[in-house]
Design a protein around this ligand. Structure first.
Ligand code: GNR
Ligand code: NI
Length: 178
């Protein structure tokens, strides 16, 4: 069995994260038919990229890989990595509002309403189905990442005025960087 080991030497290649309003963030991701070693290694690279950012989650869509793969770690000590492949929400309960951010929308945090509790089914990095009961921040993060797989961003839940303002500020930054 392969276990994920966090790379302590700082030599792993980090992946580039797409930024809003990049149209590639709008692609719908396809299910992963075969969880092989390439997928497992991609998941590990995504975890390293997420930890380095730093973020609490990352969807493959954000690194321009349009497959249904997400990684998450909401733990305090950043020692509880989760890999979810082809995730599905099979039950949900309650509503919670959280100030959300996104590595693809850097610097902006706005309240979004989500389910407070979700029961999720997914494949792990060995291609085995598992279920996970998630609450609060973990539940929010799973829903945020699953939205990415459908080409959806948290800014889509904001007013047109707020989203336009965010888009203009980010486009200005992106032009200055280019
Ligand atoms: O790092 C992240 N923080 C965060 C905070 C509140 C709700 C969702 C998130 S996910 C985000 C990382 C990211 O962009 N994942 O797609
Ligand atoms: Ni995000």
């Amino acid at each position: 069995m392969h276990l994920y080991h966090r790379c302590e030497a700082n030599q792993m290649a980090l992946l580039d994260i797409l930024e809003f309003p990049d149209p590639r963030l709008r692609n719908a991701a396809k299910p992963i038919e075969n969880v092989n070693s390439r997928i497992a290694e991609l998941a590990d690279q995504m975890l390293e990229t997420m930890y380095a950012a730093p973020g609490i989650g990352l969807a493959a869509s954000q690194i321009n890989v349009h497959k249904r793969l997400i990684v998450i770690d909401v733990s305090e000590n950043k020692d509880q990595p989760l890999i979810l492949i082809n995730p599905e929400i099979i039950d949900s309960e309650g509503i919670i509002e959280t100030a959300e951010g996104c590595l693809s929308v850097p610097g902006f945090y706005e309240p979004v309403s989500r389910f407070q509790n979700v029961l999720v089914k997914a494949l792990d990095r060995n291609g085995e189905w598992f279920t996970l009961e998630a609450d609060d921040l973990l539940a929010v993060c799973i829903q945020h990442e699953m939205d990415h797989l459908d080409g959806k961003l948290f800014v889509d839940y904001l007013s047109n005025a707020k989203r336009t303002l965010i888009r203009k500020k980010l486009q200005k930054q992106q032009k200055q960087r280019a």
